[in-house]
Unconditional design. Structure first.
Length: 88
């Protein structure tokens, strides 16, 4: 799968935004991604290994609820990680 990283998370992936990663599910892909970029894991995942609420995960443009990360992902699928930005 291709993981697209944007915004503030880019600094944790050495500014790579299209990252080809292995895994049969979105969850496995995210695990492989955070294994490759350990500092990203600290920001993306909570202590239990779940995606933090401040991040949105989408598979081929469809937003995935936190409980749906075990959805299958083919090598040509795209997983987007988008981080909510707050301010005022």
């Amino acid at each position: 799968m291709i993981v697209k990283v944007r915004g503030v998370l880019l600094r944790f992936t050495n500014y790579e935004n299209d990252i080809e990663i292995g895994g049969g599910t979105v969850r496995e892909g995210l695990a492989a991604l955070t294994e490759r970029y350990p500092d990203l894991g600290d920001v993306l995942l909570d202590r239990e290994g779940n995606v933090r609420a401040s991040h949105l995960i989408a598979l081929n443009g469809e937003r995935l609820p936190a409980g749906d990360l075990d959805r299958e992902a083919a090598p040509d699928d795209r997983v987007d990680i988008v981080t909510a930005v707050s301010g005022g």
